[in-house]
Write a protein that binds this ligand. Structure first.
Ligand code: UDP
Length: 454
């Protein structure tokens, strides 16, 4: 076994993608790998804590974010702009005394399959989405000939995905899963380039998923069949050690409120008496949505932590006083894991980004789902229809507004006693913890590392 096996890790540059891949990087470093992480100066604070813990085996490769390629959809524009790093990475690789033996890169960076083959090394995909939504997106890009969708104009167009192993194949409106503004025509260079990248994932040497077998075993088997080999590893949920409060608090950067203020507030609340409400790192509610939510919170008696970003923060001025100490408002980045792991938190209103989904399940809190886009609709389907650990509070599209009275009822209900969803999520939480401590996820991770060393 060569102790100096060197791996190049390349996260897609948004926090929801960087955070879990760095959690995985930490586990890989602890298994003896030498790792270089590609990161921009703006995102370096996310890597700094890890650089301090592994000063000799972890290195950074700094590249400023390439100029954004003009394109109607901001996500695709960002993905396309990363391709400008192809040549600079090749140059770095060629001049390195002991270059990496493989690239572990985000599934949006599908073009790195070609990069790896150019360099004569292996490419491993890291998926920040669950296996079900990954498979659906892959299928979608395989089939697509032409799409004209602008912000949900084609709401009734259904996409059925058929998995032979699954009795009721999921069915989703196409617009839910595609980028916000999408006018794809086969042959158009920028879309072809994005699409080829997504399809390139299937030609990679292997795929690592932030999921665990009890959550998605059917889809993991499906993916192995699709790939035509077994190098598909579920290693999640990737989360910092529950005993390390410091790394849990600083995960994703330091928050806007001193964590101790929040903990003091939570410590005074009874067990399972607080609803935590947060919509991830990218989404901000519209004014109508925020107004329906605050109205529902006024109608209930529940305690809550409400995390709001962007323009809606101002909307919440004075709201804490209005609800007489029942609520704690975080106007900016919240220490989500610290909150979810606190005994006082019993339920979680979430947009159901995959990280939040896993974090909620791992913490054993009942999920209340309010998806807004991308893979979130698929995650909701998994949570509700297959796992039975959540209830819907809003559905429809990114601008849908829930009924405040019904929302208030669901918030109250989510904290009341042993409803079936709560019992099930506690069981799943135990399974998640076992998977990463001594179960399937740890075994899969060890197999993956062993093969990297070969
Ligand atoms: N997060 C956080 N504080 C916030 C918002 C988000 O710690 O105020 C973290 C959250 O714990 C999760 C990630 O950011 O790890 C968000 O990822 P997710 O996939 O849930 O949603 P996205 O931000 O990609 O939409």
């Amino acid at each position: 076994m060569k102790l100096s096996t060197h791996l190049l890790v390349y996260p897609f540059p948004t926090s929801g993608h960087i955070i879990p891949l760095l959690d995985l990087t930490d586990l890989l470093l602890r298994r003896g790998l030498t790792i270089t992480v590609i990161i921009s100066p703006a995102n370096l604070p996310l890597l700094d804590p890890l650089l301090s813990s592994h000063p000799s085996s972890l290195h950074k490769l700094l590249f400023s974010d390439p100029e954004i390629t003009p394109f109607p959809d901001p996500l695709i524009a960002k993905v396309l702009s990363t391709q400008k790093l192809f040549d600079p990475i090749v140059k770095w690789f060629r001049s390195h005394p002991s270059p990496p033996v493989a690239i572990l890169s985000d599934f949006f960076l599908g073009w790195t399959t070609e990069l790896a083959s150019h360099l004569g090394i292996r490419r491993v995909v890291f998926s920040t989405s669950g296996v079900l939504s990954f498979s659906i997106l892959q299928t979608l890009w395989e089939d697509v000939e032409e799409i004209n969708a602008d912000n949900g104009d084609q709401r009734d167009e259904k996409l059925s995905i058929s998995f032979p192993e699954i009795p009721n194949s999921p069915e989703f409106p196409r617009w839910q899963l595609l980028p916000v503004s999408c006018n794809f025509k086969k042959g158009e260079p920028n879309y072809e380039s994005f699409r080829n990248g997504m399809l390139g994932n299937m030609n990679s040497w292997g795929i690592v998923y932030n999921t665990f077998e009890d959550l998605e075993s059917v889809y993991i088997d499906h993916m192995k069949k699709q790939m035509g080999h077994d190098r598909v590893w579920a290693v999640g949920p990737l989360l910092p050690n529950e005993h390390s409060l410091l790394s849990t608090m600083t995960r994703g950067g330091s928050g806007i409120v001193p964590p101790n203020d929040l903990l003091k507030w939570l410590d005074k609340k009874p067990d399972d008496s607080v609803v935590y409400i947060c919509f991830g790192s990218q989404t901000t509610l519209t004014e109508k949505q925020m107004s329906a939510l605050t109205c529902a919170l006024e109608l209930t008696n529940v305690n809550f932590i409400l995390c709001a970003k962007g323009i809606n923060s101002a909307f919440l001025d004075g709201f804490e006083d209005q609800v007489n100490g029942r609520g704690f408002v975080v106007k900016g980045w919240a220490p989500q894991l610290v909150i979810l792991r606190h005994r006082a938190v019993g339920s979680f209103v979430s947009h159901c980004g995959w990280n939040s989904t896993l974090e909620g399940v791992a913490a054993g809190v009942m999920m209340l789902t309010w998806p807004m886009g991308a893979d979130q609709y698929v995650d909701v389907k998994l949570l509700i229809d297959e796992l039975g650990v959540a209830k819907r509070v809003c559905e429809g599209g990114p601008k849908s507004v829930p009924d405040s009275v019904e929302l208030a009822r669901l918030l109250d209900e989510s904290l009341s006693g042993d409803i079936p969803e709560r019992v099930k999520v506690k069981e799943l939480s135990k399974a998640a913890s076992e998977a990463v401590k001594k179960g399937t996820s740890i075994k899969n991770l060890d197999t993956f590392v062993k093969l990297l060393f070969e």
